[in-house]
Design a protein around this ligand. Structure first.
Ligand code: URA
Length: 304
C-alpha cells in the first residue's frame, strides 16, 4: 500500500496491512491497548488531534478548548487518558484530543504512530492533526505566530529521511496549503500579535543544529552563526523548530490532514537566548492555542 487514501466515512485507513491482524495491539507509550480499552467508544468521535511538546501545556490546552467548545463544565479538568504511561499525556475535550510529543522528531513520531493507530482502531474519520508549538523566529518580532506553509529539514531539503532496514528512505514534506490558509485566516486585526504564513526550518538539535554557539560543544563562530541565519532569512524561513519535517511527512504518508502553528520566543537575527520571563513566555504560548481554538470552532460550526 502506498499513501493511505484520505479517510472517508468508513474510518481512518492506514497504509500498514499488518494492522488487520494485530487484534491485541499494545499502544505501549499511551498505556492502552485494543483489548484493555474500548477504543471506538472512547475515541470514535475525534475530529482534531492537537500535539505540542510539553505535557503541562497540552493539559492546559485541553482545558482551554473544552471551555471554548462548552464541552467541559466550568473549572472541569479532563483526566489524563494515558495515565498508565509515563511517557506521554492524552486528554479529550469533546471531539478534540490534546497530547504532548516531547522534544524532537523521534519522540514525536512514537506518539504520532500510536495515536494514528488508536484512531484507526476507533473508527474515527476525517481527523485533522495540528502541532501547536514554540520556536525561534527569523526576522519577526518575538511573540509572533507562524503558520507553516512549507517546511525543510536540517539540510534545507523538502524531504524527511527516516532509516528503515538500515537504509535511508526519503519522504516528502507536503504541506496542506488550504489548511494552512484556513488557520491563518483565523487571525483578527485586534490580536496583539502577528500571524504569519511562512517556511519552517526543522532541525534535530536545539544547539548546534540551530546554529547556536552556546551548546556544550561548538565548532562554529559567531560569524558562521550570523551568516547561516541570514541565509535562512533570504530563503524565506520564518521559524526554526524540531518536529515539523517528521510531522508533515508521517501525516502525509498516513493520509491525514495536518498543520503546524508555532509561536516565536526570540528573533534569531538578534539573539540566541530564549527570554527568562516566564509570565511573558506563558502568555505567548497561549497565542497558537487561541488561533487553533478559533479554527476548530469554525470547522465544527461549519459541520466538519
Ligand atoms: N524551540 C526551538 O526549537 N528553538 C528555539 O529557538 C525556541 C524554541
Amino acid at each position: 500500500m502506498e499513501n493511505a487514501n484520505r479517510d472517508s466515512q468508513i474510518g481512518m485507513q492506514l497504509p500498514n496491512p499488518h494492522l488487520a491482524n494485530m487484534t491485541k495491539d499494545n499502544l505501549y507509550h499511551l498505556g492502552m491497548s485494543r483489548t484493555s480499552h474500548d477504543l471506538p467508544a472512547l475515541f470514535g468521535d475525534v475530529k482534531f488531534v492537537c500535539l505540542g511538546g510539553s505535557a503541562r501545556r497540552m493539559e492546559n490546552f485541553a482545558y482551554f478548548i473544552g471551555q471554548e467548545l462548552g464541552v467541559l463544565s466550568t473549572n472541569e479538568r479532563p483526566p489524563n487518558l494515558a495515565s498508565n504511561s509515563e511517557r506521554f499525556v492524552l486528554y479529550k475535550a469533546g471531539p478534540v484530543l490534546s497530547a504532548n510529543h516531547g522534544i524532537g522528531v523521534p519522540s514525536m513520531l512514537v506518539v504520532l504512530h500510536e495515536i494514528l493507530k488508536m484512531l484507526h482502531y476507533a473508527g474515527s474519520s476525517e481527523v485533522t492533526f495540528i502541532r501547536i508549538g514554540t520556536c525561534g523566529g527569523i526576522g519577526v518580532p518575538p511573540g509572533s505566530v507562524i503558520v507553516s506553509n512549507a517546511a525543510v529539514n536540517g539540510k534545507l531539503e523538502h524531504t524527511y529521511e527516516t532509516v528503515v532496514l538500515g537504509k535511508g528512505i526519503q519522504r516528502p514534506i507536503n504541506v496542506d496549503q488550504e489548511l494552512a490558509s484556513e488557520i491563518h485566516s483565523c487571525s483578527r486585526t485586534e490580536d496583539p500579535f502577528s500571524v504569519i504564513l511562512g517556511k519552517t526550518y526543522c532541525t534535530d538539535d536545539f544547539f548546534e543544529g540551530q546554529a547556536r554557539t552556546g551548546g556544550a560543544v561548538c565548532d562554529i563562530n559567531d560569524g558562521d552563526e550570523h551568516r547561516f541565519l541570514k541565509q535562512l532569512d533570504s530563503e524565506g524561513v520564518k521559524n526554526i523548530e524540531m518536529e515539523s519535517a517528521g510531522f508533515f511527512a508521517l501525516c502525509h504518508k498516513a493520509g491525514v490532514k495536518c498543520g503546524v502553528v508555532c509561536v516565536t520566543f526570540i528573533d534569531r537575527l538578534s539573539t540566541e537566548d530564549v527570554p527568562t520571563d516566564t509570565d511573558i513566555l506563558s502568555e505567548w504560548t497561549q497565542r497558537p492555542q487561541i488561533l487553533v481554538a478559533r479554527f476548530i470552532k469554525k470547522q465544527l460550526t461549519n459541520g466538519v
